[in-house]
Design a protein around this ligand. Sequence first.
Ligand code: URA
Length: 209
Amino acid sequence: MSQVTVVNHPLVQHKLTRMRDKTTSTKTFRALMRETATLLCYEVTRDLPMDQVEIETPVAKASAYEIGGKKLVFAPILRAGLGMCEGMLDLVPSARVAHIGLYRDHETLEAIEYYFKAPEDISGRLTIVVDPMLATGHSAIAAIARLKHYGVTNLRFVCLLAAQAGVDALREAHPDVPIWTAAIDEKLNEHGYIVPGLGDAGDRTFGTR
Ligand code: URA
């Protein structure tokens, strides 16, 4: 079974609390989403492979480290994943981006794909799937299946908030994909929303409701 990491850093928890609060404005919510994603990105990339390189400082020659291998891919699930992706790109500006458009059928809660655009050479790259809310797990499972279809084998999933049901479903469908989240909430309501959660992450990021 895949590993699940709950990032309980005080800064992450504080910002998440502000995001949960329904009185937080769209402007502040969007800024917090970006900042929290940067902090989560720091954790998700903690064990990236490094190369040793020889450089010259203003003082002396030195042996130092840099990130090795091919550039990362961030794969935001549209549209809420976009807000998180911005914060991850702040930290890794040379990463490539694969956009995956999925919407939830309101009756069945199934994920329906309407857009997919990824780097042509994505198969050899570490790909980090980004979606703030891991609720039923349907979108994450579908997005990862699509990436695997294109030959991606090295995958990670990062979200802001998860429901235990979503974590269980994702781990069962893709046991090879480790998960990072700031918190795991108690349950889902009858509409598939995380409880207590923070509401609709897309609406709160883009001010659409
Ligand atoms: N998507 C959201 O934006 N919020 C939830 O609580 C569940 C899914």
